[in-house]
Design a protein around this ligand. Structure first.
Ligand code: NAP
Length: 289
């Protein structure tokens, strides 16, 4: 069983990787009386800040194989297992339809994650969290994939979305959430609507656009970052956030740090947990012009 060195908070000690993030349930699943849902997001990134690179053959933007690994995947599954809903991007749904996504959305039904499905059941949750997809383009074959998802699918978009596209999505079995003034989703409206649907714990697994949408709404409470100890380079890449500068910058504070030594794994990695500094929540950051 993989072990980690807990570096923060003190005292330094060895802990098991399995169950590490499942132990965060009292934070990730707050009381239903909380005024708005608790939102957390998770990324793995290289030392030079890459979360995705263009694939050398297909040119498709993907999480680099050089940093993906089963131990990080286990913790990713543990985080998703605690959510009422998972928020992802239209790009993910398109890749899933083409058979190019990393995997079906969590929680994995593979035997090694059975304990997580059991955990959900023992906590009175549905076997799988609902899926919420943010999209402007709305160009995915929902009818083809909704059965494979095996759980409710919500498509969030703006009020200027073409009505015929919305009807097609609903006919295919998705629920549409109109949560933005134009074609895009407004993060604050999205989180409010998800709260009214009874989703109190929301895990964002999309990329930089999804994180930016939620962050600029002041909605992100916690970030889980795995720092893989590798430099990747590359000219065409994604990093954690896109879009204009945030004014003021959004501050997080470290609440947990675990180190995995490069023994029996390709490279070492740090598993960090960052909590949003409370003062920012009242006033979401403006975008610098
Ligand atoms: N290393 C990691 O931990 C990690 C984590 C997540 C993703 N990734 C990788 O990062 C790359 C980029 O991921 P991504 O494409 O999911 O990134 P993203 O920038 O979050 O998502 C892009 C798409 O999401 C939709 N979207 C985002 N914000 C929206 C808004 N406010 N309103 C409406 N639609 C919105 C749009 O979909 P439409 O195009 O349908 O309009 C947009 O094209 C991928 O290669 C992915 O595999 C890596």
């Amino acid at each position: 069983m993989p072990t980690l060195i807990r570096l923060f908070p003190a005292p330094v000690r060895t802990v098991s990787l399995t169950g590490l993030y499942l132990g965060h349930a009292s934070t990730l699943r707050p009381s239903p009386t909380r005024p708005r849902p608790y939102v957390y997001s998770n990324f793995i990134m290289s030392l030079d800040g890459r979360i995705a690179l263009d694939h050398s053959q297909t040119g498709e933007r993907l999480v680099p194989e050089a940093i993906t690994n089963p131990d990080d995947w286990r913790l990713f599954q543990e985080l998703a297992a605690q959510a009422d809903a998972i928020v992802t991007s239209g790009r993910y749904l398109r890749q899933l339809a083409r058979g190019r996504a990393q995997d079906l959305p969590p929680v994995s039904t593979a035997a090694e994650y059975r304990d997580l499905i059991d955990w959900r059941r023992s906590h009175g949750l549905a076997a799988q969290p609902a899926i919420v997809v943010l999209s402007r383009q709305l160009d995915f074959p929902v009818a083809q994939i909704i059965g494979r998802l095996g759980r409710p699918l919500y498509i969030a978009t703006g009020i200027e979305a073409p009505p015929e596209q919305l009807r097609a999505l609903e006919t295919a079995g998705a629920a549409v959430l109109l949560t933005g003034a134009g074609r895009g989703v407004c993060g604050a409206a999205l989180i409010e609507v998800l709260g009214t649907h009874g989703f109190n714990s929301i895990c964002a697994i999309g990329g930089p656009g999804v994180l930016s949408t939620l962050l600029t709404a002041g909605a992100v409470d916690r970030l889980y970052l795995t720092h893989a100890h590798r430099l990747l380079g590359g000219e065409s890449f994604d990093t954690l956030l896109n879009g204009p500068r945030l004014c003021p910058p959004v501050d997080f504070t470290l609440s947990g740090l675990h180190y995995q030594e490069p023994i029996g794994v390709a490279c070492g990695q740090l598993f960090a947990t960052y909590d949003r500094v409370q003062g920012h929540r009242a006033s979401p950051p403006a975008i610098c012009g």
